[in-house]
Design a protein around this ligand. Sequence first.
Ligand SMILES: [Zn+2]
Length: 73
Amino acid sequence: MTTVREKPVCASCGSDDVVFDGPVAWSVELNAWESCGHSYDKSMHCNGCDEDGGRPNWIPVPTSPETASPASS
Ligand SMILES: [Zn+2]
């Protein structure tokens, strides 16, 4: 089972410090806001260069065995 992870980065400055507008729902299980399954590929806001409303570039994230499985206690 291999999952290629990717992340959105700013198309203008390449920063991954980007946020998106989108519908979320409260998850009691996660005790956190959970996205509703839409793919957020628009309405990007970049905290790096203040770009607003653009589309990100999606880049692959190399998987690291060390971070893939957090220490279990
Ligand atoms: Zn940017």
